[in-house]
Each structure stands twice: as structure tokens, then as C-alpha cells.
Write a protein that binds this ligand. Structure first.
Ligand SMILES: Nc1ncnc2c1ncn2[C@@H]1O[C@H](COP(=O)(O)OP(=O)(O)O)[C@@H](O)[C@H]1O
Ligand SMILES: [Mg+2]
Length: 312
């Protein structure tokens, strides 16, 4: 058994989800017999790590700092092994625009997009390019900050008059904003778990999220607003394609340990498009990753135990 520090909370907008993930992870590790210390991540992180002297850190943080490579960099500096992806994969996953460029360059289907930082609008007149962008992407167009999760700051603009407001909203969450083609279809997530013995990672059953029709993704993280089906009702061929595609993205971005790839299945032509990769997917009792593991016969405690072993 090991001494494990569970890093949770932090100052990101996903703090509350992280506290829930962290508490659940702590309980599981205690049941497994580990010596567990929980750390709410803040300015004293380095000192608290030194004091706790863990053999391994379980990073149960989402969003800024915890999922973008910052905390991982601090753990590298402290010489403490940690769960999940390394610094560079975290950086690639946390920045949706960067991840989408990697995918597009590698020929992996991701919805067509344009992305700008605020300076482009303030100093380079990017607003003048909006008609051409809208012409290419069509309506509705999805506007989202490059570096947020949990659908924060994301809006669907139904016509040109809604684009400026959506951009302002997205820029209030981050400096880089993405205008993306809307895929009318089904929301799929593929979770991946590395194997201790090495080799091809375990690709877990596909989860489908079905948000309630009226309010789509703005409400998808509210309990009861979204239903999850796992395994998703897909043909074997589509399941295989979704899993293969997710694994390709996992390898392309250099992920490790565990992670979740979000995709859309176009309802008109059955094409799959990758939206993003999550280096640290939610681990709460309503989160998708634990549901997928459960469908594969891996209970929560076993899942958490495996993720820690991988880090060691
Ligand atoms: N281009 C798109 N077309 C259709 N739906 C989208 C699109 N982008 C995002 N969504 C919806 O919003 C949800 C969240 O988007 P995503 O890009 O995964 O960001 P995050 O999960 O980090 O907030 C998706 O699961 C999907 O339901
Ligand atoms: Mg997502």
C-alpha cells in the first residue's frame, strides 16, 4: 500500500466538480488500504506536498491548473509520480484549438473551425472576417472558449446577429475562442484506460449522452438534465469506429493513464467527429468515465486502484 496525496479543488471554475471527484477518489483509496492525504490545491501546494511526502499524487483536478499541465509540472519538479497524462499531453488536451490543429493535421475528423484571440478582434479587425467564416461554417455555429470544460462559456449562435454576443461571452472565459461547425447528431464519449502490463490501452464501452431537447448543452451538467446510456445503442461497426478513432486521438495527443475523448456522430451521414480530449475526466458518481468502466466490469475502487498503480 502507498502513501497517496489526492489533489483536488483548486481555483478553476470546475472546482466543485473536482472536490466531488477528489472526495470519491479519497474514499476509494482508503477502502483499498492506502495511506491517503487530501490536498485542496492553492498557493501552498508545493509546501504541502513536501510535508505530506507522498509516494504518488492522484490529480483529481479539472480545468485550469490541474488539467493544463501546470500542477503536473510542479509534481515533476518535486519528483513525485502522478496519475494520468504528462505535462505535454495535458497542454495539448487542455487547449481545444491546439488539439484540433493536431487532429486536422493528422487527418482525424474534427468539426471545421476558426479560432482567434481577443487581440485579433481588437487590433486586427477580425470582425470583418466573420461573414466569410459564417459562410463556410454555416448556422448554427458553436462558439466556445479554447480552454474551458463543462460547457462553460459555450453558446450556439443561430444567426449572424447572435455571433458577437456569443464571442463576448466566450472571451470572458479565456483569451482564445473557437468558432466551430455545428454537428447535428449524437453525443458520444469514449473512455480509455492504460494497461499496467503495457500494450494497447483498454478502450471502454461508448457512453451516449442525451441532453433534454430544449436546452441542449447549457444544461447538460445539471443532474437530471442529461441521460447517459452505456453501452450506447450503436451498431458494432459504429462502436468499433468510435473506439478506434478515440484511441487514435489518445495516441496522437500522447495521453497516458486514463482519459476521455468526446465525439459527435452526425445524424445524417453517420460520420464521427472528435470534439476534444479530456486529460482528467470527471470521477463523480454521475461522471461518464466511471460509468464506462462499470459497463466493462471495472468497479470504481478497482478503477482508481489501477490508475494509481499505473502512476507508480
Ligand atoms: N461542434 C459542435 N456541434 C454540436 N455539438 C457540440 C459542438 N461542440 C460542442 N457541442 C456540445 O457541447 C458539449 C461540450 O462540448 P465540448 O467541446 O466537449 O467541450 P467541454 O466538454 O470541454 O465543455 C458536447 O458534448 C456537445 O454536446
Ligand atoms: Mg466535452
Amino acid at each position: 500500500m502507498s502513501r497517496v496525496a489526492v489533489l483536488k479543488g483548486g481555483r478553476s471554475l470546475e472546482r466543485q466538480i473536482s472536490l466531488k471527484s477528489g472526495a470519491r477518489v479519497q474514499d476509494a483509496l482508503e477502502r483499498l488500504g492506502h495511506d491517503v492525504v487530501g490536498i485542496d490545491v492553492g498557493h501552498d501546494l508545493v509546501g504541502r506536498l513536501r510535508e505530506a511526502a507522498p509516494e504518488v499524487a492522484f490529480v483529481a483536478l479539472h480545468g485550469r491548473d490541474g488539467e493544463d499541465g501546470t500542477v503536473q509540472e510542479l509534481l515533476e519538479a518535486a519528483g513525485i509520480p502522478y496519475t494520468g497524462s504528462g505535462v505535454s499531453a495535458c497542454i495539448r488536451c487542455a487547449d481545444k484549438v491546439l488539439a484540433k490543429h493536431h487532429m486536422r493535421d493528422a487527418g482525424i475528423p474534427t468539426p471545421d473551425f476558426f479560432a482567434f484571440n481577443e487581440t485579433a478582434f481588437k487590433e486586427l479587425g477580425a470582425a470583418d472576417a466573420l461573414p466569410a467564416i459564417q459562410e463556410r461554417l454555416g448556422f448554427p455555429v458553436v462558439v466556445k472558449p479554447s480552454n474551458q470544460g463543462s460547457a462553460l462559456g459555450m453558446k450556439m449562435a443561430r444567426g449572424p446577429e447572435e455571433v458577437p454576443g456569443a464571442l463576448v461571452a466566450a472571451f470572458s472565459y479565456g483569451d482564445k475562442v473557437l468558432l466551430e461547425r455545428h454537428v447535428d447528431g449524437r453525443d458520444l464519449a469514449v473512455s480509455i484506460l492504460d494497461r499496467a502490463e503495457g500494450g494497447r490501452p483498454l478502450v471502454l464501452p461508448v457512453v451516449e449522452a442525451t441532453p433534454h431537447e430544449d436546452d441542449r448543452y447549457e444544461a447538460r451538467y445539471e443532474i437530471g438534465r442529461t441521460e447517459f446510456v452505456c453501452p450506447a445503442a450503436l451498431t458494432d461497426e459504429l462502436t468499433q469506429r468510435a473506439q478506434d478513432l478515440a484511441l487514435q486521438v489518445w495516441e496522437l495527443l500522447g495521453c497516458a493513464g486514463f482519459g476521455r475523448i468526446d465525439l459527435m456522430l452526425d445524424r445524417f451521414d453517420d460520420e464521427l467527429y472528435v470534439l476534444e480530449a479530456n486529460a482528467i475526466p470527471g470521477l463523480t458518481d454521475t461522471s461518464l468515465f466511471p460509468q464506462a468502466a462499470d459497463a466493462a466490469g471495472i468497479g470504481f475502487d478497482e478503477l482508481i486502484g489501477r490508475v494509481v498503480e499505473l502512476a507508480l
